[in-house]
Design a protein around this ligand. Structure first.
Ligand code: ADP
Ligand code: MG
Length: 701
């Protein structure tokens, strides 16, 4: 293979430099350090044996097989090859010596190995001195070639330790060079179980290094951003007090606390970077409104961006109702706005006549210019791509000052994730729901009992309640090789273009229409409505308004209603093919009911038979009502891919460490990072430099 061909293979593995190769760690090991006599080789495990070939021939029954006999003085055995090249028949000729590695088993004709690895040897060839690593690789790049490259990297790279003893010793971590050599070439007596579990100190050292690099980089990132300037907008209470007085409810204690945290951030001359987390229905909108008012009190504009038109419109209506009485102008911007209205909105934003702009991602398109944007709020931030959020931040950058930024999410980020991937954000949490909510009863119902569900919906609607019927998600079966963490379970994102996305969206639309037609026929006595993502904004708004006013009894919907929709009289939700939805999605959907005083229910209709995983996932939703707990269990079940994938598509995960398994190291890395930055910035620098190629990838947000 040419050097270029090898490099192409390495690129495929993400290995660009020798240092990358060093950190390409084995999946497992083979013990080729000991030759076992054939007669005493343990069964059922991979062993190395060596002997002389005494016979080889091709058999045709039951299928074409190259069968070869080997003897080593202690006994004889058979090797079987089902796929083989003609050259192998020649190679495995009687009289030659062969060294074989494979799993010994009892075959029809005594001891045998099927498809073992083998190589021809001379007499007295030494066995391996270290365990043989088996690396993750790609087609066309052999283990032997990869091993050679790694060994060369070990010999040529600078393995000097980046961390001083006083960091490593208290954690019981070995040196860097020592750990790497150990993992690439473990001694014959190495504890294979600890290596396999990745709990061996050598593994822990490298995991720690990776986590530390991530923490250091996050810190750097955070500090860099903190060093930028932003307008200081201290609380003046001239507008916020008025809103508070006009609200029909007092803030919860949690809301009050968070409002204070935001007020303090906004008063500083550096851009706020805060994530506001609060479960579905915890009342984040009013908190965002108060922050916006603080910006407006200081003569700045504010913008609130939502991921769907339905949600943006709801925000617009609610915020207009709150802010118009204070003499403020709120405008609304969406891609679907008629040209004239859009033009007027753009002018109001540019002239500063509109103090608050609410909209979808249309808010940060190029032609939108703010006069002086002081605060950008991103609702349901996990639904946006990084680029979209960055673009909104850029909106203030022309003035040399960044707007303050508030991100809000009802998808709770488990502690381990917020300690790692979200470490560059300040986090506020609303951990309390407004009083007077009744918990939603969740029911799991197999689709054979669909009739009962239909009866229940009819009953509820005839009693004056309203209901949602959530259409099944189309599963992304079109792509067999989804990127890690990218199960296509969320509805198309605002940026979701591309032909696959379009195809899926079309199928999704078709399903929605069909569901609507079926249910309209099922419930001739009820008013049935339909909302989906492709609906024109005006029709969508009209349908939502009719539902809110009670003119529609049953609303058939796609996941466009997942976020923000707030109709207190709706007390029943049916989710079809619940097994296809993501857990946080189910939790969000369920949060649409239980908003009024009536007892609410969410029926998860599933198709039988359920797979084992689907069953355990639905069980989590059934047993938990706390979004944080659901997210935590979801993370355990699925790994952080999905949550992170949502944060930034294509974000490479930590390759060596595992934030769930290695929580203790994550915590230790966090402490060490803070200490190093404060006391030993040179060490922090050096460590980052070694890991930067990777750390940088992890952190570009
Ligand atoms: P979310 O955090 O899911 O965005 P919202 O901001 O939409 O929640 O609030 C959900 C509902 O609760 C809204 O109708 C809102 O007006 C209401 N609400 C918010 N705060 C309170 C409160 N302190 N007391 C009573 N109701 C509240
Ligand atoms: Mg909300």
């Amino acid at each position: 293979m040419t050097a270029a061909a090898i490099q192409a293979k390495l690129d495929k593995l993400g290995l660009r430099t020798a240092a990358d190769l060093l950190l390409h760690l084995p999946l497992r090991y083979q013990d080729e350090t000991r030759l076992h006599p054939i007669a005493h080789a343990p069964l059922g495990q991979a062993v190395l044996i060596e002997g002389e070939i005494t016979g080889a021939n091709v058999q045709y029954r039951p299928r074409r097989t190259l069968v070869c006999q080997v003897e080593d003085g202690s006994g004889a055995m058979t090797l079987r090859f089902l796929n083989f090249y003609p050259s192998q028949i020649k190679q495995l000729a009687p009289g030659k010596r062969v060294r074989v590695f494979g799993e010994m088993r009892h075959g029809f004709l005594g001891m045998e190995m099927v498809h073992p690895q083998y190589r021809m040897v001379g007499a007295e060839e030494p066995v391996a001195e270290a365990l043989t690593p088996v690396y993750p690789t790609t087609a066309g790049l052999s283990q032997a070639a990869l091993r050679k490259l790694v060994l060369a990297a070990l010999a040529s790279c600078d393995l000097a330790d980046t961390l001083p003893d006083d960091v490593l010793r208290p954690l019981g971590l070995p040196g860097f060079a020592e750990s790497l050599v150990y993992l690439h070439q473990p001694p014959p007596d190495a504890p294979l179980d600890l290596l396999a579990e990745r709990t061996h100190p050598a593994w822990r050292r490298l995991k720690f290094d990776e986590l530390l690099a991530q923490q250091l980089s996050m810190h750097q990132h955070y500090r860099r951003r903190r060093a930028q300037s932003a307008a200081a907008m201290p609380a003046r209470h001239s507008l916020t007090r008025n809103l508070l007085e006009s609200l029909p409810f007092p803030l919860t204690r949690a809301q009050e606390r968070v409002v204070k945290e935001l007020a303090a951030d906004l008063a500083r001359p550096h851009p706020m970077q805060r994530l506001l987390q609060g479960d579905v229905g915890s009342g984040k909108t009013v908190v965002a409104a108060l922050a916006a008012l603080q910006a407006i009190e200081n003569g700045f504009q504010a913008a609130i961006m939502a991921p769907t038109e339905i949600l943006a419109e709801q925000h617009f209506l609610k915020l207009s109702a709150w802010l118009a009485p204070l003499g403020l102008s709120v405008i609304w911007l969406a891609a679907s706005l008629p040209k004239k209205e859009k033009q007027a909105a753009l002018e109001a934003v540019a002239a500063g006549a509109a103090q608050l702009a609410v909209g979808t991602h249309a808010l940060f398109q190029e032609q939108v210019e703010f006069k002086n944007l002081g605060l950008a709020v991103v609702d349901e931030q996990h639904r946006f791509g990084v680029h979209q959020r960055l673009a909104l931040r850029q909106k203030g950058a022309d003035t040399g000052q960044e707007p303050h930024q508030l991100m809000m999410s009802a998808t709770p980020i488990p502690r381990t994730l917020s300690m790692s991937y979200y470490a560059d954000l300040d986090v506020s949490v609303i951990d309390e729901l407004p009083p007077g909510r009744t918990p939603v009863v969740t029911k799991l119902v197999g689709d054979s009992r669909r009739d009962e569900v239909v009866a229940r919906v009819r009953d509820a609607c005839l009693k004056g309640r309203q209901a949602y019927w959530v259409c099944p998600l189309i599963e992304e079966t079109l792509s067999p090789t989804l990127p890690q963490g990218g199960r296509g379970q969320s509805s198309p994102s605002p940026s979701g273009t591309g032909s696959k996305g379009a195809r899926l969206e079309k199928l999704q639309l078709q399903t929605a229409m069909e569901t609507f037609e079926t249910l309209s026929a099922t419930f001739p006595e009820l008013q049935v409505g339909l909302v989906h993502g492709r609906l024109h904004a005006r029709d969508k708004a009209a349908t939502m308004a009719a539902f809110k006013a009670g003119g529609i009894h049953l609303l058939v919907a796609t996941t466009v209603i997942e976020v923000g929709v707030d109709v207190p009289n709706a007390s029943l939700m049916v989710i079809e093919h619940a097994e296809r939805f993501g857990l946080s999605q189910l939790h969000q959907l369920r949060g649409r009911v239980g908003r009024g005083a009536a007892q609410s229910a969410c029926i998860l209709l599933y198709q039988t038979p359920l797979s084992e995983t689907a069953r355990s996932r639905l069980k989590i939703i059934y047993e938990n009502s706390d979004g944080f707990e659901i997210a935590r269990q979801d993370l355990l079940l699925r790994g952080p891919g999905e949550l992170l994938g949502a944060r930034q598509s294509g974000v490479p995960l930590l390759r060596i460490a595992d934030i769930e398994q290695d929580q203790d190291l994550l915590a230790a890395a966090r402490i060490a990072a803070e200490r190093l930055i404060a006391e030993r910035p040179d060490v922090a620098e050096g460590h980052l430099r070694r890991w930067l190629g990777r750390a940088d990838e992890l952190l570009k947000v």
